[in-house]
Design a protein around this ligand. Structure first.
Ligand SMILES: [Zn+2]
Length: 308
């Protein structure tokens, strides 16, 4: 099935039926309780059928000027491959909840968006051995998510996590807070190929990376700067997380918005206001920097021209 075609027709149809797409009114079902009820009503569990990835079509109207600026949002973890547990907070619930806020805000601006899950069910629900390594595990889920992001032709993928840190060797739920805080933005960036097989997650300074996604690195650095400029603590890292190595969209950014093991961050990560602050900042960034994010090559060329 050709994805682009299905994608092109449905949002446009919705646009004509639904009327104005940039000024949502109270009759628009997507604006009532928008942050509780996600605008996507199609369950992502239909996305994977045997080994075929079927596209889930973005429902609301898309601003035609933004129609090529396709954004995939991946709320990290699910009920099977669970995330961190910190003093009662459940990472996979928090990632889903902020993902829905980001998604809703993007939809209000008219961007075409896709979510990799809208409930706690994992994407590889049919237990496909996607990477054909003889077993079905979390890697197959990550690979399914990655395939899905490619299948919808996303130009930007936002992979959402929350951080947790302990100075001691750690197992099970976190029960203590510490001072490590702030947002972290990751792109695919490694020092050498050995990092891919050393069995640990690597955290590299952008300037040290020898192998990297240039477009993802540029956007991750800009997003970090945007956070800092807005008075928020943020750091940027090159890394070899599995989904980053695959870099399923031209710009693929993994975010850890807050550290759940920091008391102030915890309060922001687990409150609606705190989540909205991050969601708004990210969407604001995407909207302001869309020329760079969705057209990194011509953006770089223009910059070069200006410098000459
Ligand atoms: Zn996580």
């Amino acid at each position: 099935m050709k994805i682009k075609r299905a994608f092109g027709i449905l949002p446009l149809a919705a646009m004509f039926v639904g009327g104005t797409f940039l000024s949502p009114n109270k009759d628009n079902p997507y604006t009532s309780n928008i942050f509780e009820n996600n605008a996507h009503t199609i369950d992502t569990t239909i996305a994977v059928k045997k080994d075929t990835i079927l596209p889930v079509v973005s429902i609301p109207a898309v601003n035609p000027d933004l129609s090529s600026m396709i954004i995939a949002i991946e709320p990290g973890h699910d009920s099977t491959y669970i995330g961190s547990r910190v003093n009662g907070a459940i990472e996979e619930d928090l990632t889903l909840s902020i993902a829905k806020k980001i998604d809703s805000l993007l939809i209000l601006k008219g961007y075409p968006t896709y979510m990799t899950r809208t409930n706690n069910t994992r994407m590889n629900i049919n237990n496909v051995d996607v990477n054909k390594d003889g077993c079905v595990n979390m890697r197959d889920d990550i690979d399914t998510i990655s395939k899905y992001i490619k299948s919808v032709d996303a130009k930007l993928a936002i992979i959402i996590h929350y951080g947790a840190y302990s100075a001691k060797k750690h197992f099970g739920p976190y029960r203590e807070f510490n001072s490590v805080n702030g947002a972290e933005f990751y792109f695919y960036g490694i020092l050498n190929k050995k990092q891919l097989t050393d069995g640990v997650a690597n955290y590299n300074h952008p300037e040290d990376c020898k192998i990297y996604s240039a477009s993802s690195m540029t956007v991750a650095k800009e997003l970090t700067k945007f956070y800092n400029d807005n008075g928020m603590t943020a750091r940027v890292w090159g890394s070899d997380f599995r989904i980053l190595c695959d870099n399923p969209a031209e710009v693929t950014i993994l975010t850890e918005f807050k550290y759940l093991t920091n008391k102030k961050d915890f309060e922001k990560a687990t409150s609606k206001e705190g989540q909205l602050a991050d969601a708004k900042l990210v969407v604001d960034f995407i909207d302001k920097k869309r020329d760079m994010i969705f057209n990194p090559k011509s953006y770089a060329a223009n910059l070069e021209k200006k410098l000459k």
